[in-house]
Design a protein around this ligand. Structure first.
Ligand code: ADP
Length: 579
């Protein structure tokens, strides 16, 4: 752990110092050393000085009484009395610095209490107000006293002076937090300062949110602004999946117990039945700006212009200038009064493609403006795209990659691996995934839990998790085949939005997961084939997940297995108390 961070003591630590169990553990765990005096944990140093003080006081009083009874002058002292006096003075100085001066100097600027009054009184804050450590108590150089007096009371004993000044400026609002990356060339240092400033401003501890061992440089300008750390999600592995004759081990980032195990069981059933087959039906990202005219007639003029096949080539050449990979495929229009929604579809190579298509769309709008000067571009996205929202247009027309994936599961595997029967699965699928979802008015939700698998694979491979909404559109079909002996199962997913370049896909850990699947980065031979392969892997993983969950429900095992894998035997109430 970075030394600077280890020595940042969150304000809540001060609440417990010297007395309570949590801090005792905190001190032991984090090796918080008293910043001056003995090289011992703070609570031990305190104990040593208290013991010393009371011992020498007892000794000196005892000697004083002896001298009075023997009429010896008090100022005549021997060596052991000198030593006792020195020890007495030393322990008084130590304890005064630690407890006494701190009490009178805890608000040197006189701003702390006022700002306390103005702030909401959270329980942590009200505790902190009475027991907060002063900077002096922590032996912090005086330059940091002002900062330490902020409500958060985060003590930063060993930050370099420049960082301390910057954090203070962020806390006081003199400089914006988002400017730290440009201030420090070092992104980790900027992240550390974002975090420290936030702890002070909010008076909330971020202990547990890791900061180190992450390449913040790689997220700069493309993945995350003002980072303060990273959230850890375990990555499980399911497979091997036998898909189109190739084996894949599928990484899944999730905190839902059972999910990986269940998908793994589905993979096994598919593998033992000869594998799954997938077909890519379509590949095209969409973006739909909204433009407005003075009349519906003018909006219709543009609609007819855009839909005229003779104009497509010109529009495509304008669109395609934006990228080597973005190739315009289609333009669809929808009118609402004077407003025109233009849905562009284009191929995007191995990128998921939102940036790419937006640039192409902008080129076309600029071009159209010349012939349609009365066109008012209201927005580059008019929601007819439709990105990250449930929308029938994606379910019907597709967005990103449209994939169908199927397998025939033998009767024997259904019984031995999935512990159910073909007839039960077919019936359950009809009543749950088809009829039940129809009754619920589902939009693309004719499945058991496609979004579970989509989300876990998306997180592991650096996809945009918000696109889970349309990417999880899926209809799961099950039919008895081969005279009712075997099960034909398929998933049809019209809007799988994935990329293997750009965005989160280029981060180290996500990139490692893509590498495991053999689809890391841009495909050098055939642009777009890595992203298409990833979409097929997503669909086949959903197929496995559907098969396994549906079997668990059909066999009545769902609750039992969740209680086994999804519920820790640890006493959560105790954990909450000790956390
Ligand atoms: P998105 O459009 O998904 O947001 P980015 O714009 O972040 O993605 O990333 C795409 C970038 O990657 C573009 O600059 C593009 O030129 C580049 N690139 C390199 N190789 C490929 C490839 N095989 N397919 C797509 N884009 C590629």
């Amino acid at each position: 752990m970075d030394d600077r961070r280890r020595r940042v003591i969150p304000h809540y630590a001060s609440v417990h110092i010297c007395s309570s169990e949590p801090l005792r553990r905190y001190n032991q765990d984090c090796s918080v050393i008293a910043p001056f005096s003995l090289p011992l944990p703070m609570y031990l140093t305190d104990a040593v000085f208290f013991t010393l003080l009371f011992s020498v006081m007892y000794y000196l009083l005892h000697r004083w009484r002896d001298k009075i009874s023997t009429s010896t002058p008090l100022h005549v002292v021997n060596y052991s009395e000198i030593a006792a006096i020195v020890a007495f003075v030393a322990s008084v100085i130590y304890l005064l610095r630690f407890y006494g001066i701190g009490l009178v100097q805890s608000d040197p600027d006189g701003i702390g209490n006022d700002s306390w009054e103005r702030r909401d009184e959270s329980p942590e804050r009200s505790i902190d107000r009475t027991t907060a450590l002063s900077p002096v108590r922590r032996n912090i150089p005086m330059r940091s006293v002002r900062v330490a007096a902020y409500p958060a009371q985060i003590i930063t004993a060993s930050l370099p002076e420049e960082d301390e000044v910057v954090i203070e400026s962020v806390v006081s609002g003199r400089i914006p937090s988002y400017s730290l990356e440009s201030k420090f060339a070092d992104c980790t240092r900027a992240a550390s300062n974002h975090k420290d400033a936030l702890e002070r401003v909010t008076a909330k501890s971020l202990q547990g949110l890791p900061l180190d061992a992450f390449d913040y440089e790689s997220t700069l300008g493309q993945c995350c602004e003002m980072p303060i750390g990273y959230v850890q999600i375990p990555v499980g592995i399911a497979g091997p999946m036998l898909l189109d004759g190739n084996e894949f081990s599928v990484p899944m980032a999730t905190t839902e117990g059972c999910l990986v195990a269940s998908t793994n069981r589905g993979f096994k059933a598919i593998y033992l039945s000869g594998g799954a087959t997938s077909v890519l039906l379509k590949d095209g990202m969409t973006r739909a700006p909204v433009v407005r005219f003075g009349t519906a007639k003018r909006a219709s003029d543009l609609k007819f212009f855009l839909e005229e096949p003779l104009n497509f080539e010109t529009l495509a050449s304008v669109f395609n200038k934006s990228s080597r990979f973005g190739r315009l495929q289609r333009i669809q229009c929808a009118i609402a009064g004077k407003n025109l929604y233009i849905r562009f579809t284009c191929s995007t190579g191995d990128a998921m493609g939102m940036n790419m298509i937006s640039k192409g769309v902008q080129n076309v709008l600029d071009y159209l403006q010349v012939d349609f000067p009365d066109m008012d571009v209201i927005g580059i996205s008019g929601n007819y795209c439709s990105d990250k929202k449930p929308a029938a247009v994606n379910w019907i027309e597709g967005r990103g990659k449209s994939v169908v994936c199927e397998a025939i599961i033998s009767d024997e595997v259904v019984k031995k691996v999935l512990k159910t029967t073909v007839a039960s699965l077919v019936e359950l699928n009809m009543l749950k995934n088809l009829t039940g979802s129809a009754i619920a008015g589902a939009l693309g939700g004719f499945n058991a839990h496609a979004s579970n698998i989509v989300s876990a694979v998306y997180l592991a491979t650096g996809q945009d998790p918000a696109q889970n909404i349309e990417s999880s559109h899926c209809i799961t079909m099950m039919e008895a085949v081969n005279d009712g002996k075997d099960l034909h199962v398929s998933v049809t997913m019209p809007s799988i939005e994935v990329g293997t370049v750009g965005g989160g896909a280029q981060l180290a850990s996500q990139s490692a997961c893509l590498n495991l699947l053999g689809v890391k980065g841009a495909n050098k031979e055939l642009a777009g084939s890595n992203a298409r392969q990833l979409a097929k892997i997503v669909a086949s993983s959903v197929l496995a997940g559907e098969l396994s969950l549906m079997s668990a429900i059909a066999a009545g095992q769902l609750v039992k297995s969740h209680m086994k894998y999804n519920r820790s035997s640890k006493d959560v109430s105790t954990m909450a108390k000790t956390a």
